[in-house]
Design a protein around this ligand. Sequence first.
Ligand SMILES: [Zn+2]
Length: 270
Amino acid sequence: MKLVKAENQIEFLCSEKIESIHAFSTRVGGVSELTHTASLNLAFGRGDERETVLKNLSIFASAVGFDAEKLVSVHQIHSADVRVVDNSHAGQGYIIKEDFECDGYVTNTSGLAVGVKTADCVPILMEGYGESGDVCCVGAAHAGWRGTVSGIAVKCLEKMRTLGTVRVRIAIGPAICGKCFEVRADFYDAVSEILGAELTEKYVLHDDKKTGVWHTDLRRMNKDFLVSAGVDERDIDISEDCTCCLPERYFSHRYSGGKRGTQLSVIVMP
Ligand SMILES: [Zn+2]
């Protein structure tokens, strides 16, 4: 993935694998002035005034090249719910109040943008190609650990297939790395309840040095699940950036102890 430095000072990541307009935001270049939201916080409820967040959205949208009024990005609930959205949902979550909650979107409405908000969780952007070889739909998913183990990435892919996708290209954005994502026994048990013992042992690994501590790499899990669902590994691009290892560049829930701003990852249907 490449880091783009826009004229208006903001910085975001793009994947060379994806043709449609898309971006993973960083915390660089916005107008938030609080220490913990400085400076491109893209979520309400983190301490910034509403106008500040909307100004950041406007700055981000103009640098990336999408219409903020056409963005759908609603309240997220760590579910595996994926919605197909269209113009009737345009603006929901930022410009107008949403009438639903979910963690994933698919759309085939031209000009509509779908986005997910993260600060350690995994943002996944997808581009679906139809039989004709053109983009037939795009998708976005917010995969925290709960969404990841519940299979939100594959659910998003399945919805895209119902809209004619025969090949998909995927970009997995900045998220917490396996080393930083330290978890305890209760996490192991919770994952085990959903995934079963075998997969949990594969993905939730004992810390070599600390007893009662495990680590898990959520990006790897999402990638593996997508490959198991039939995606060609070569069509998946994964950012190397860890939100927790790079606190100057990203907001990280873990690094900040929860006092932080939020990134937004967006993809636009051509
Ligand atoms: Zn890290």
